[in-house]
Design a protein around this ligand. Structure first.
Ligand code: ZN
Length: 194
């Protein structure tokens, strides 16, 4: 975001994406940006998908327990209905929305709003987690947050699932995951050596 600090877009909206693996500080960074917008007296509204009930129904909460009030929604199209008066729109856990999110983010940015989206870029297998890859393509600003590999201490961008399950998402199971680097990451049940 150094770029934005030096050259703020004028008379236009834009899309920022904060993406990376679990425990990389995505929500923390989202909250940091939204707090600064609030301090600047901008009208901020925050959304999260219904699937993410792990900590709170009415807040987004980072792993280090920062939080901001948020609106829980069932589909991305509800964001438009609730953003009319907002100047800044925050969206957390965006990987749980479908491709409608792309259109919604473009519409918001096209009407002059700043849209800040946080979400996982890969699932537990290391497969790109749609719609985030396409969101990266239409965003003006991208931040990839890295965690620390719990095995070797390298920068980590993979989410290691510690239990065998074919489900893409295990909601409310943060204990079942840890951050790993490329070298130490494996897919449970597929001949991992760890
Ligand atoms: Zn490692």
């Amino acid at each position: 975001m150094e770029f934005i600090q030096h050259l703020n877009p004028k008379d236009t909206g834009w899309i920022e994406v904060i993406t990376g693996c679990m425990f990389s500080g995505k929500t923390e960074e989202l909250i940091r940006r939204l707090r600064r917008a609030e301090i600047a007296k901008q009208n901020v509204v925050i959304f999260k998908p219904e699937i993410d009930k792990r900590y709170s129904d009415t807040k987004i909460v980072s792993h280090n327990e920062l939080s901001l009030p948020s609106i829980m929604i069932g589909s991305a199209s509800e964001i438009l209905d609730n953003s009319e008066n907002a100047q800044v729109i925050g969206i957390d856990e965006a990987q749980f929305f479908d491709r409608t999110l792309l259109d919604v983010c473009n519409k918001l940015a096209n009407t002059g709003k700043r849209v800040i989206v946080a979400g996982l870029d890969q699932d537990y297998r290391g497969i790109p987690f749609e719609p985030i890859p396409e969101l990266l393509a239409i965003a003006e600003y991208i931040t990839k947050t890295l965690a620390i590999c719990v095995e070797c201490g390298n920068p980590a961008d993979r989410t290691q699932r510690k239990i065998a399950s074919a489900e893409r998402v295990l909601v409310g199971a943060a204990d079942s995951y840890e951050a790993r680097c490329r070298k130490c990451h494996y897919i449970p049940g597929e001949g991992g050596s760890h």
